[in-house]
Each structure stands twice: as C-alpha cells, then as structure tokens.
Design a protein around this ligand. Structure first.
Ligand SMILES: Cc1cc2nc3c(=O)[nH]c(=O)nc-3n(C[C@H](O)[C@H](O)[C@H](O)COP(=O)(O)O)c2cc1C
Length: 261
C-alpha cells in the first residue's frame, strides 16, 4: 500500500502553511489539514495513519493554545512515525518538549521535533533578531531539505530546543502567566480600529476562529481569539492596530490569501 502522510497545521500569516506546503512537495502522498478547521467538528478527533506531522508557530515560548486544544480532544489510533515542526522568530525554547509531554499524556510521542526560524509576526515583538526575510527563507529551504530526508527515512531525531536554562525559564516560568492569559483567548481585547475602517469584512472572512462580527459600528471581536495576528496583518487598509509601536504588515510570500480563508 502507498505510504501516506497527514500534516496538521496552524498558521496565522502563512509561515507554517508555507513549511507544510514545502514538505508536501518533498514527501509522499501528503494531505494538509488545517487545525482550526478541524476543531470546528464536534466530538473526539481521531488521528491515525503512517506518517503524522504537526506544523505550528511558537507563541509565548510554548505551543499555541489551539494546538494544545487539538491534542486534548484527540484519540490517537495506529501511527508509524510522528514529527512536529515549530517555527518562530528564533526563541523556540522548550516548545517541542512541552508538546511531546502532552503527546505522552495521550500514550504516544514524537519521533522527531524540528525548529525553523521564520520572520516574526508578533505585532510588537518582531525585530529582536536582525535577519532579512530572504535570509530566513534561504535557511528554511535548507532545513526543509534536511528534515524531509529524515522523515522519508523515518529516522528518530532529537527534539530541538534552544537557549538552554534561559529557554527553560522563558517557557516554564517567566512567560507562564502571559501564556495562561492567552488561553482565555483575549488578545483581541487590545485591538483598536481606526476611524478610516471601510468595513470591508476581510478580517471577518479571514479569522480562523470565526471570532469577528461586522456591526453597524465596525468589526467586533468576541473573545475567541487564537492570537494568530492575521486580522492585524491582512487588513487591506491597515486600520487594525495593536498599540502604538506596531510592525509593518506581513504575509508569507509563498502563500496566497485564498489559502488562508
Ligand atoms: C502571539 C504571538 C506570540 C509569539 N511568540 C513567539 C515566541 O515566543 N518565540 C518566537 O520565536 N516567535 C514568536 N512569535 C512569532 C511567530 O511564532 C512567528 O512569526 C511564526 O513564524 C508565525 O507563523 P505563522 O505565519 O504560521 O502564523 C509569536 C507571534 C505571535 C503572534
């Protein structure tokens, strides 16, 4: 029987989706499954198959809440190889170890855990590492080649972390409160709309959590935010603000808007 691969991904601005698509072109018989889309189905989620992958960004030095919620609801059937790739502006810390611990609670675990540096998309903390997007993407392409070879040969690979003791402190101590706050899905409470909002509805259409309603006084967020910052980045008129010092808008160039809807 032909081997199959299922890749479960979560992506706000396309970096994780670009990685998942790159792998799709290198591995065999790959199905890409959007995590927020899957989460809309009620009840248990069954994950089984030959090769299973998870691709997601790092949020607050940990696993995004929606990915944790996916694993909480998942019943794992028979699998032969499980890998995860997390990507972020460079501070991965213990994200994949934390993910693996959650999998162990479900009586399964990672065969391999990889980290890939990508342009940061947090509206306020995006330029800590001075690297151009082109540099990030060149490194990413090299890593995708290495990673896909490891996955194709089903080799075990250590779970990648960084920053040593500081990484431990960032993941488990210093940002634990920020992370727990993000579990309340309330990043959207900081969002402000400029008066020039044309009420075009793009934010509502693109929100992976169906968290945005268009009202007569403009878009309203309803506290189901996944922290993905997509509404901020992809508003065509740049009227969505998250404070004064916000970054230039970003979408991964390998991804088209329609793939995020
Ligand atoms: C709420 C939030 C928190 C973030 N926290 C981290 C972090 O702790 N470490 C890091 O390296 N990048 C962090 N980032 C940057 C993203 O992980 C990074 O830009 C990622 O590539 C975005 O992937 P996406 O385009 O698939 O959403 C954060 C971004 C957001 C929006």
């Amino acid at each position: 029987m032909t081997e199959s691969t299922k890749i479960y991904y979560f992506s706000g601005t396309g970096n994780s989706l670009a990685i998942a698509k790159n792998l799709q072109s290198k591995l065999k018989n790959v199905e890409l499954i959007s995590i927020p889309q899957l989460m809309k189905n009620p009840g248990d989620i069954i994950i089984e198959g030959d090769v299973i992958g998870f691709v997601f960004p790092v949020y607050f030095f940990r696993v995004p809440v929606v990915v944790e919620e996916l694993i909480e609801r998942t019943v794992f059937g028979k699998t032969t190889y499980i890998f995860a790739i997390t990507n972020g502006g460079g501070a991965f810390c213990r994200t994949l170890k934390i993910f693996n611990t959650q999998l162990k609670g479900k009586k399964t675990s990672l065969n391999a855990g990889f980290t890939i540096g990508m342009p940061g998309n947090h509206p306020k903390v995006y330029d800590m590492i001075k690297k151009t997007s082109a540099e990030y993407f060149a490194e990413k392409n090299k890593r995708i080649d290495e990673i896909s070879e490891i996955i194709l040969s089903k080799k075990n690979h250590h779970i990648e972390t960084n920053f040593g003791l500081l990484g431990f402190l960032l993941s488990h101590v210093l940002f634990k409160k920020t992370y727990n706050d993000s579990k309340k899905h309330l990043l959207d409470s900081a969002i402000r709309i400029k008066e020039s909002c044309k009420q075009c509805g793009t934010c509502k259409k693109l929100c992976p959590a169906n968290n945005i309603e268009l009202t007569s006084s403009g878009p309203k967020w309803h506290g189901k935010c996944l922290n993905c910052a997509r509404c901020f980045h992809l508003c065509p008129n740049e009227v969505i603000e998250l404070g004064e010092d916000t970054m230039p808008r970003y979408i991964n160039p390998e991804v088209e808007l329609r793939e995020l809807v």
